[in-house]
Design a protein around this ligand. Structure first.
Ligand SMILES: [Zn+2]
Ligand SMILES: [Zn+2]
Length: 105
């Protein structure tokens, strides 16, 4: 590893029990471990289960009958499963009582 600022070979030192790379010439420091861990956390978050309730305010409304309260307006969104061969699943959420249901197209 070379310093991106001045090209000097980086040296390893311990800082707060973590190994960091540093440049003895211009004092540039780098901690590669932290950066990698941050990226991993973000990638793992999407699972099979779809929980989109927090996003409802951004969703378009559509005419759909709620089975629970007979309200006929619901939020609407669709979800494409991992394989492109499978049909997308459509989700509805009643604007009145919050009842959520799905429909396979
Ligand atoms: Zn340097
Ligand atoms: Zn309802």
């Amino acid at each position: 590893m070379f310093c991106p600022k001045c090209g000097t070979i980086l040296r390893v030192k311990e800082k707060a029990k973590k190994k960091v790379l540093f440049c003895g010439n211009c004092n540039y420091t780098k901690s590669p471990e932290e950066g990698e861990k941050m990226e991993l956390k973000e990638k793992v978050s999407t699972g099979k289960q779809v929980e989109v309730i927090e996003k409802t305010e951004l969703l378009p409304k559509i005419r759909a009958q709620c089975k629970k309260c007979d309200n006929d307006v619901a939020y609407y969104w669709s979800y494409q499963t991992r394989s492109a061969d499978e049909p997308e699943t459509r989700f509805f959420k009643c604007t009145k009582c919050g009842h959520t249901w799905r429909e396979y197209s």
